[in-house]
Design a protein around this ligand. Structure first.
Ligand SMILES: [Fe+2]
Length: 306
């Protein structure tokens, strides 16, 4: 589907929601600086959970569902029906709680189709056996660029926004966009593009595409890291605020300038603390590796490979 065609379709979806009818509830995980969302259509109480977190104590090798249980409590209190469990990408900084939430609340687990490329790369890195299918079947639905779906009566569209990883998606739902790891708050900039399969040039074009949306479009980010001089976490902004004020990609910043900045900055960043556990769980749709003969599940750490 052409860029213009998809952008036109998105603008139509946004225009269909003149008032901010989509209800958005945020859950912020301090440990990984991740914002998860429960979004719902007030008219039908149909809902989606976006980028949930399974708590993980790496030192102890222990998972915990406290963050996910807070989401479950909210969903039950509000009387919501979960239609979708949406992942913007295979996260490298936290484990997804989507499979756990699905057992408790139902819903269709979805991600972008290029997760297959991510599964191929990380399947090799972790030397996963043949039980790891690498065909996207750990998910229930693989979105292509421009795919339409809905949450109750609210129209939505999946947008392929590669760069941070090959498979990143942004979800346009009513008048709101869930940007995943493309943009961060205007004072913090953009996501890194140096993970396997990442590409700063692609990220630039993905961001430019998002910023073609109407200026009043609400943007909900996947992370906030408190830019220097700011004491509170913030994870909601607008297209207009990003166009005028994003420190990395405000209007007027060209592709070459962005790529040079992003590449130089990425060279200074260390790997996220949870990249090894996160990626080998999230490449499986958040499913933990199968137990070994003694009944215990194990994660691997490839040495000198990243
Ligand atoms: Fe990410």
């Amino acid at each position: 589907m052409s860029d213009t065609h998809v952008t036109d379709a998105i603008v139509q979806v946004c225009a269909a929601q003149l008032a901010p009818t989509l209800n958005v509830k945020s859950f912020f995980d301090d440990a990984s600086s991740t914002a998860s969302y429960v979004v719902h259509d007030p008219a039908t109480k149909m809902a989606a959970i976006i980028d949930s977190v399974l708590d993980f104590d790496a030192a102890a090798g222990r998972t915990d569902t406290a963050s996910a249980d807070a989401i479950i409590e909210y969903v039950r209190d509000e009387g919501l029906t979960i239609e979708w469990l949406l992942e913007t990408h295979a996260h490298a900084d936290h484990l997804s709680a989507a499979p756990y939430l699905q057992t408790q609340l139902g819903g269709t687990l979805a991600i972008g189709r290029d997760i297959i490329r991510v599964q191929e790369v990380f399947g090799k890195l972790f030397n996963a056996g043949t039980e790891f299918a690498r065909d996207g079947s750990d998910f229930d639905r693989l979105f292509d660029d421009g795919d339409h779906f809905s949450i109750g009566s609210i129209p939505a569209i999946a947008l392929h926004v590669p760069g941070h990883t090959p498979a990143d998606m942004a979800y346009v739902i009513g008048d709101a966009v869930f940007t995943g790891d493309t943009l961060f708050m205007p004072d913090y900039g953009s996501a890194r593009a140096d993970f396997p399969g990442g590409d700063a040039r692609q990220l630039y074009h993905s961001i430019r595409r998002l910023l073609k949306l109407p200026p009043e479009t609400r943007l909900f980010l996947c992370h906030d890291y408190k830019a220097a001089g700011r004491d509170t976490y913030v994870w909601e902004t607008t297209v207009g605020a990003q166009r005028s004020g994003n420190v990395h990609v405000h209007e007027g910043v060209g592709e070459e300038e962005f790529v040079a900045m992003r590449t130089a900055r990425d060279a200074t960043l260390s790997m996220p603390a949870l990249i090894m556990p996160a990626v080998q769980v999230n490449m499986r749709g958040g499913h933990l590796p199968a137990p070994e003969a003694n009944g215990t599940r194990y994660l691997k750490i490839p040495l000198d490979a990243l």
